[in-house]
Design a protein around this ligand. Structure first.
Ligand code: B3K
Ligand code: ZN
Length: 883
């Protein structure tokens, strides 16, 4: 397999001005005619024109209306090369035959539940027709779709519907035209038996936009929340970024077979059904929140991704990091900002940090790839979003908005790079962003150390920082980067002190005055070591550092447990209140892990129990915040901090703490369950979600007591639940403890929901993630369950992906988890390489474990590497993991 490098980027020799496509969809095959108007980038050249193509049967090729002779073109498995095209502009007409009904990769044109649909990003368009499949070739598209009318009554593509009509033989057609230039990865086509929920939105300039959400008829009632989310997103983008929708029609289609979450095709977003369909009875609060976020995300791409797109795939974070940042802000504004920030930071810590510290570590803008699909990662998305957030932290809301405005003014209609975004932010604000671009090119999570000192004689307080970016594959040595550190100082009563001036780098900078006090400031830390000295500080403060998690780093401070408890109780920055609790919990868990490994008895520090007790009883706190604050750091997060990851010890310790807290705080937890039951009908609003979150985590704690009375309680919650959030949480609680009651509840749930595939997927995931010893056998038998289908990505992610989410079973010492996973990857790879590649990533951190586990995992990776016909997708992950 060939590795592609950013440094080798070259502009194309030819551009495409317009493309007209004609699809004749059939049961046996599909015929695609494409008519392209080509022009050279530089006049007079006649270099070969190389088109990408995969799994296509070429039927004919014409240049300026004349069929090309055999010697005028080359054909290989990946390309069609026109040896010497005419100089100047010319037309290119290509006819290909494809077989969507056999396409199990779900890339290009394929069938899902009898309907046709497409997925072109990143390089799927080449499985539809020969084309320059790269994002810097932008053209205007028209698309004519023709199909059997009774089987495929609805025919959709991008842009506006220009014409439709009936044809002979029970067929019909529709002609679509998209007035905006776009790269081919944004092309989409859907044909099938679908109905739509219709609504409309009036933009702030008065344009009336028709909104349609398409699903099979039986699912239509479940699209209310998706429509609400879409309208909220349209309004929010106008209010916050001044960005309006630009066409008269916006379509969303929900399909059950989809490799990822959703796709932002121009005016025809295609979604995994999981991220569209919801009803109170079948979807949880987490599903509702995910739908809001992803509908927003895909809609926001219309400007950040579609109107301004990427020059090449290395720039992916230009659109993804920015759009994730936008959807995070949208969700924050629609719910609780603190709770959303906590959820996003936890995700970063649990998934991105490990990636950044492992063999697949790559910068936000990767330097190379074998298969681009492998780089739709938490680093490009989530760390990329943190990079965008740092611009806002450095520039403030207004400065950030000015930068965004300039970005659109300069680049609307273009395919650009991360430097272009950076330059817009810098130029709009005349900012000095020294070292900031390193965030795009250096992989690895920076480790920042901070020590504090107080000088009573001078009333000054000093924070001394040092930074270290760890080595990552291909990048042994790193430079210091610009790290924005938001800081506040708490006095002995827990109140923020005014920050008046800071001495730094030989100058005294005034921050605020007496009549306009400022209580939080952003330090720009950009050298290996730097000191910031705060003046007019009358007493030794407790510093609140990295407020709101102002940079994606690991922070080690010299704060004592007393300081952390103080911050937990008083910090005006709610994120840092939560963080203080997490730092305490991480320390505690690590020290208990070491006790466990030395066979010492486990004892929980009474101060920790007291801390949890006071949070539970603090009525001034938001209930969802409480739920987050009493959630212990994940097992992955703790293993990530160990020299040699020990899944058994970490699991034992986490379970011990849960059980200990449950027994000490039993009456508090019981009271929380009782006082937070759902009273009214289901509503997706922060207040009621927060009640459910708190009640359900209390129940989860209680069942760890394995007490008959509590099991009764959980069964009661399960039976009396009036929505899926409560019902599923109760089932999960019951399923924590093996036995007859568990088996009966699981089977009752399946019987209830067997006709709803999205709910059945939850049922698969719940069992797959179970930490019951030897669970691999149960998962193996579920593979043969009639509701499982290895060709459906959602089912694979629920069952196999779910299993990877249970460290004790995945890393079982007898190697049973690894062996199961290895065999599945080889089987999956033949069906769907993108999905197989996501699953094989579970092996990537095998070096973090003890020698026995290492050799067992390594053997599976080697077995995978030796499989016949291995895809480039799996090859890249498996080989990088081994190297
Ligand atoms: N842009 C798509 C991701 C496409 C993934 C291709 N393997 C979804 C999104 O981020 O909005
Ligand atoms: Zn996206």
């Amino acid at each position: 397999p060939k590795e592609i490098f950013l440094k080798d980027y070259k502009m194309p020799d030819y551009y495409f001005d317009s493309v007209s496509l004609n699809f004749s969809l059939g049961e046996e095959n599909t015929i695609v005619c494409s008519n392209i108007f080509v022009y050279p980038r530089v006049e007079g050249i006649s270099n070969p024109l190389v088109l990408d193509g995969k799994d296509l049967k070429l039927l004919s090729i014409k240049v300026n209306g004349k069929e090309l002779k055999k010697e005028d073109f080359h054909l290989d498995a990946q390309h069609l090369t026109i040896v010497s095209p005419p100089s100047g502009t010319f037309s290119l007409e290509i006819v290909t035959e494809i077989y969507p009904q056999n396409n199990t990769s779900l890339e290009g044109l394929y069938k899902s539940s009898g309907n046709f649909c497409t997925q072109c990003e990143a390089e799927g368009f080449r499985k539809i027709t020969y084309y320059q499949d790269r994002p810097d070739v932008m053209a205007k598209y028209s698309c004519r779709v023709e199909a059997d009318k009774s089987l495929y009554p609805v025919l959709l593509s991008n842009g506006n519907l220009i014409e439709e009509g009936d044809l002979e033989g029970g067929r019909h057609y529709a002609l679509w035209e998209d007035p905006f230039k776009k790269p081919c990865y944004l092309f989409a086509l859907v044909a099938g038996k679908l109905v739509s929920r219709d609504d409309n939105f009036i933009t702030r300039s008065g344009r009336k936009v028709s909104l349609r959400i398409w699903t099979p008829a039986e699912d239509l009632p479940k699209t209310v929340h998706a429509m609400y989310s879409l309208k909220a997103a349209m309004k929010w983008d106008e209010d916050v970024f001044g960005l309006e929708y630009d066409l008269d029609l916006f379509n969303i289609v929900a399909v059950p077979d989809f490799n990822m979450g959703a796709m932002e095709n121009k005016s025809l977003n295609i979604f995994n059904s999981k991220l569209v369909l919801a009803s109170p009875e079948t979807a949880t609060d987490a599903d509702y929140a995910a739908i809001l976020g992803v509908i927003g995300h895909e809609y926001f791409h219309n400007w950040t991704g579609n109107r301004v797109t990427c020059r090449d795939w290395f720039q992916l974070s230009l659109k993804e990091g920015l759009t994730v940042f936008r959807d995070q802000e949208f969700s924050s504004d629609m719910g609780s900002r603190t709770v959303k920030r906590i959820a996003d930071v936890s995700r970063l810590r649990n998934y991105q940090f490990p990636q950044d510290a492992g063999p697949m570590a790559h910068p936000v803008r990767p330097h190379s790839y074998i298969k681009m699909d492998n780089f739709y990662t938490v680093t490009v998305y989530e760390k990329g979003a943190e990079v965008v957030r740092m611009y806002k932290t450095l520039l403030g809301s207004e400065g950030f908005r000015k930068g965004m405005d300039l970005y659109f003014k300069r680049h609307d209609g273009q395919a650009v790079t991360c430097e272009d975004f950076f330059a817009s932010m810098r130029d709009a604000n005349e900012a000095n962003f020294q070292n900031f671009l390193l965030w795009y090119s250096q992989a690895g999570t920076p480790r920042v150390k901070v020590t504090s000192s107080y000088y009573a004689e001078t009333n000054t307080f000093s924070l001394k920082f040092s930074q270290e970016v760890p080595p990552t594959p291909g990048q042994p040595v790193k430079e210091p980067m610009l790290i924005p550190v938001a800081v506040g100082l708490l006095d002995s009563k827990g109140k923020d002190m005014p920050i008046t001036s800071i001495y730094h780098d030989g100058t005294l900078e005034s921050v605020s005055t007496h009549d306009r006090p400022i209580y939080s400031t952003v330090l720009q830390f950009k050298k290996k070591e730097e000191e910031f000295v705060f003046s007019d500080i009358p007493e030794w403060p407790v510093p609140s550092i990295l407020r709101g998690y102002s940079a994606p780093i690991r922070l080690d401070s010299d704060l004592t447990d007393d300081d952390l408890n103080f911050l937990l109780a008083h910090d005006s920055d709610e994120f840092n209140r939560w963080e203080a609790g997490q730092v305490l919990a991480r320390k505690l868990m690590l020290s208990l892990v070491s006790d466990f490994q030395q066979n010492k008895p486990l004892n929980l520090n009474p101060k920790f129990v007291q801390g949890v007790r006071s949070i539970l009883g603090d009525t001034s706190l938001d209930k969802e915040f409480i739920a987050k604050a009493i959630t212990l750091p994940g097992e992955g997060e703790i293993m990530d901090m160990m020299e040699v990851a020990d899944p058994d010890a970490v699991h034992a310790v986490r379970s011990f703490i849960k059980k200990y807290l449950a027994s000490e705080l039993k009456s508090e937890f019981l009271r929380l369950v009782e006082s937070n039951r759902s009273t009214e009908t289901y509503d997706f609003n922060h207040h009621s979600m927060a009640r459910r979150a708190l009640k359900n985590i209390a129940l989860a704690y209680l069942v760890s007591l394995e007490d008959a009375e509590i099991t009764e309680l959980a069964l009661h919650e399960y039976k009396s639940a009036t929505n899926m959030t409560d019902q599923f949480a109760a089932l999960a609680a019951i399923a924590q403890n093996p036995g007859k009651i568990r088996d009966e509840a699981l089977s009752d749930f399946y019987t209830k929901w067997k006709n709803d595939f999205l709910v059945v997927n939850k049922w698969f995931a719940l069992q797959a993630m179970s930490d019951i010893p030897g669970n691999v056998e149960n998962v193996k038998s579920l593979i043969n369950h009639p509701a499982f289908d290895i060709r459906n990505p959602n089912k694979v992610y629920s069952l196999i992906g779910g299993f990877c989410g249970s460290p004790v079973n995945l890393h079982a010492k007898d190697g049973s988890g690894y062996k199961f996973l290895g065999e599945i990857v080889v089987q999956l790879d033949k069906i769907n390489p993108q999905v197989a590649s996501r699953i094989v990533s579970a092996f990537s951190r095998w070096r973090r474990y003890d020698e026995t586990r290492q050799s067992l995992a390594k053997a599976q990776l080697e077995m995978i590497m030796s499989a016949n016909g291995l895809s480039e997708n799996v090859f890249e992950i498996a080989s990088k993991s081994l190297s």
